[in-house]
Design a protein around this ligand. Structure first.
Ligand SMILES: CC(C)(COP(=O)(O)OP(=O)(O)OC[C@H]1O[C@@H](n2cnc3c(N)ncnc32)[C@H](O)[C@@H]1OP(=O)(O)O)[C@@H](O)C(=O)NCCC(=O)NCCS
Length: 168
């Protein structure tokens, strides 16, 4: 089976985003699912991204020399671990390893001092669930109606030292 790393572009620059760069990503994020389907507004999302960037919690990934094509927001101190609050890759850049590179970046930072990395994902988001599972995340909880009535979020967790792509 092909590993996620083999899809990675030759050079991916991962940078901590300042507030302006983080806010500027909101328009394309609001245009893709799950945020589009949940009715997120770009302006509100942009304010949140800018605030998270002000706390040093936002990173972007870009192929060498290009504008950001992917973004992750990760916080610390959630259930003895870190938490990926948002991960998005522009549709035309999907499948080239940017999402995997951002998760690996967050893992390295988190596992330097924490035991767990968490993320939650819409139960109907089959692509993202497959992505996280292949990276070694496992389902540890189910949260009905968390984001919107009738929608279920699954809580996923990866432990420090767990092997990518282990037992499926
Ligand atoms: C899920 C997501 C972050 C993956 O990022 P990516 O850069 O495309 O992923 P990578 O290239 O590192 O890894 C590819 C794997 O991701 C998964 N994947 C999920 N959605 C995908 C998509 N639209 N295109 C390609 N791969 C996708 C697949 O498992 C794929 O492996 P496979 O082709 O062997 O099945 C990205 O597709 C995305 O932003 N999706 C929309 C937003 C979203 O669902 N975010 C997660 C919310 S919890």
């Amino acid at each position: 089976m092909k590993g996620l790393g083999q899809r990675r572009p030759a050079v991916v620059a991962i940078r901590r985003a300042g507030s302006a760069v983080a806010r500027a990503q909101a328009s394309w994020i609001a245009g893709i699912d799950p945020w589009r389907g949940l009715g997120y507004r770009a302006a509100a999302l942009g304010r949140w991204l800018a605030g998270m960037a002000g706390q040093g919690s936002v990173w972007t990934a870009a192929p060498s020399g290009a504008a950001p094509s992917a973004i992750v927001v990760a916080t610390d101190g959630f259930l003895l671990g870190g938490f990926i609050a948002l991960l998005a890759v522009k549709p035309d850049a999907s499948g080239h390893g940017l999402g995997g590179a951002l998760v690996a970046h967050v893992e390295a930072r988190t596992f330097a001092k924490r035991r767990w990395l968490f993320v939650s994902c819409d139960a109907n988001n089959a692509g993202a669930l497959r992505f996280y599972r292949r990276l070694g995340f496992r389902r540890v909880g189910r949260m009905p109606d968390l984001v919107a009535a009738g929608r279920t979020e699954l809580l996923l967790r990866k432990g420090a030292g767990s092997t990518m792509g282990a037992a499926r």
